[in-house]
Design a protein around this ligand. Structure first.
Ligand code: HEM
Ligand SMILES: [Cu+2]
Length: 563
């Protein structure tokens, strides 16, 4: 299985950075084809949008702290939640995970760069473009779209202002462009992992992060063309009065729901799979133990990919779906608990009797895992048709998906940032500030999302600006939790900015981790190993086994220390 890869790093010698591009901090503002520069560009821009999405969330939680709609009126509220959801998914999570892919995939597999460096840079530069297009909807007549991040017709194809360019139009344009950018990214990531692994790195020596990236990007390749096509038809219905989704003209609004959820359900795994990858990389390092069941964990990633593509109708249980179909999709949805459960079991077994080092990164992983177990349970509840019929349109769902998207995925993203920051910036972060960030985030998240489940079970509907006073207490708690999450950003930003500017210099391998990226200097040179690519001779998680990862490992360690 191992050495089937033919690899010649010189074939890919693209000049880094692009001729004429600056080599100092200004390179982060230029069209640069270095995957490491692009990775940081993605992450920095995505963190900016996390703040934007966060401010929108604060305004919503400010509105919801009291039962009546007194802070903003309901139509403004609809615009706020539409933009909040869209910003958080399309401008924060997808891009930041692409940032991780860019930073990690080439060094982890010993490649100088991505397979298609220019396509990579082009995919990145679409991101600020669609970001600006989406943000522009605050300025057009009528303001942003109010039909949610799911944009169901008929609501999303009404054009009450009669303007050709309105908030909904800009929303569709931005989502379609983001789809195109992500497809470009997916082609690159998949090709790079298949074609550019270092000698000796067979499939079962590939780090789990790369396995999960492959699995996630496969979903992008299958699902995104469907969403993008569905969005283009929506644009036609909205702007050119076609009738793909209009019942009056013979169209079917349910068709859109199928297009949308065929992609948007698996999309949750596009986001969560890389986080499973991060957990699988970090637990072994901080528990000093090999990853339990490496092969099974690797293969389970693709099990999740396949199953995730056949469960989308669970989002349509109460949209008039026939009973036989509901039952079918209830079963497929529940099956996904199997590969997911295997992974959870493997992580727990990895931690079991390990010597845990509670660094900030590890704390975020452990917190994320606990939250994910909780979210898995509420997910199975929602997959059960009779339960979903009752709570599907309530705050229970809002609680469920925030527990996954924030309390698991975003936690994993933070863990990854703290873990790999020294490698890519050459500076250590401050652990004290990091732990403060973790503590505030963990408490804030529980305070924010647990009461939502409770309000939902009591019957509080979702997507509302005002509610019955019987839900007041739960909402006060949730709003306090949200404000705490806002406060938690202060130590985080302080940490990142001050560490990068003048944090302690990072050694090549501050956490004593195993992996090709840790054999490089911190920060790595433009083309990683350049002409001196190591030959891999063992798997990536040999903690405690005292086996070298590559031939002549001492040479690479010494070289990294010298640089
Ligand atoms: C793994 C990461 C997961 C993520 C990121 C995630 C995310 C989401 C999101 C965003 C929604 C709300 C969609 C909307 O706006 O209407 C949702 C709903 C739902 N989730 Fe999850 N989820 C995850 C795991 C699971 C699991 C493991 C299951 C079941 C085994 C599950 C079952 C459901 C169901 C059935 C709904 C539909 C609820 C409804 O709309 O009535 N989820 N999830
Ligand atoms: Cu789903």
């Amino acid at each position: 299985m191992s050495s089937s890869v033919s690899f010649d790093p010189r074939v890919l010698k693209t000049p880094h950075p692009v001729p004429g591009a600056p080599d100092n901090w200004k390179r982060f503002f230029s069209f640069n084809t270095d995957a490491k520069v692009i990775g940081i560009q993605y992450i920095a821009t995505a963190l900016f949008y996390l703040l934007v999405g966060g401010v929108l969330a604060m305004i919503m939680r400010g509105e919801l702290i009291t039962p009546p709609a007194d802070l903003v009126d309901p139509s403004v509220y609809n615009g706020l939640y539409t933009m909040h959801g869209t910003v958080m998914l399309f401008l924060f999570l997808f891009p930041i995970l692409n940032g991780f892919n860019n930073l990690l995939i080439p060094p982890m597999i010993g490649a100088p760069d991505m397979a298609f460096p220019r396509l990579n840079a082009a995919a990145f530069w679409l991101f600020p473009v669609f970001g600006v297009i989406l943000m522009a909807s605050f300025l057009v007549p009528g303001g942003p779209s109010g039909s949610g991040w799911w944009a169901y017709p008929p609501q999303s194809i009404q054009n009450p202002l009669g303007h050709f360019v309105n908030g909904q139009f800009l929303w569709i344009l931005a989502v379609a462009l983001s789809g195109i950018s992500s497809i470009m990214g997916a082609i690159n990531f998949v090709t790079t992992i298949i074609r550019m692994r270092a000698p000796g790195m067979g499939w079962f020596r590939l780090p789990i992060f790369c396995w999960t990236a492959m699995a996630a990007q496969t979903i992008q390749l299958v699902g995104l063309p469907v969403l993008t096509a569905g969005a283009v038809l929506l644009l036609f219905d909205l702007s050119f009065s076609t009738s793909f989704y209009r019942p009056e003209g013979g169209g079917d609004p349910m068709l859109y729901q199928h297009f949308f959820w065929f992609y948007s359900h698996p999309a949750v795994y596009v986001m969560v799979l890389p986080v499973f990858g991060i957990f699988s990389e970090l637990f072994p390092v901080y528990a000093r133990k090999p990853l339990f069941g490496y092969k099974v964990v690797a293969i389970a990633s693709f099990g999740i990919t396949v199953l995730s593509l056949i469960v989308w109708v669970h989002h349509m249980f109460y949209s008039g779906t026939p009973q036989w179909m509901r039952n079918l999709f209830m079963v497929t949805t529940m099956l996904i608990a199997v590969p997911t459960g295997i992974k959870v079991f493997a992580w727990i077994a990895t931690l079991w009797r390990g010597k845990l080092r509670l660094t900030t990164a590890m704390l975020f992983c452990l917190g994320g895992l606990v939250n994910f177990i909780f979210a898995g349970i509420t997910g199975v509840m929602l997959a059960t048709v009779p339960v979903d019929i009752h709570v599907g349109n309530t705050y229970f769902v809002v609680g469920h998906f925030h527990t996954v998207i924030f309390s698991t995925i975003t936690f994993g993203v933070y863990a990854g940032i703290y873990h790999w920051f020294p490698k890519f910036t050459g500076r250590m972060t401050y652990e004290g500030l990091g732990k403060l960030h973790f503590a505030l985030t963990f408490v804030g998240a529980q305070l924010n999302f647990i009461p939502m489940h409770w309000a939902g079970l009591m019957g509080m509907p979702r997507r509302v600006a005002s509610y019955d006073p019987e839900f007041a207490f739960a909402n006060v708690l949730a709003s306090l939790g949200a404000f705490l999450l806002g406060v938690a950003m202060i130590p985080f930003i302080l940490n990142i900015v001050s560490s990068w500017a003048r944090g302690p210099k990072a050694p090549p391998n501050p956490w004593q981790a195993i992996g090709l990226e840790w054999l490089l200097p911190s920060p790595p040179p433009a083309e990683n190993f350049e002409d001196d690519v190591p030959t891999v001779i063992s798997g990536p998680y040999g903690y405690g086994l005292n086996k070298p990862l590559v031939e002549n490992e001492a040479h690479y360690v010494a070289r990294a220390l010298e640089a």
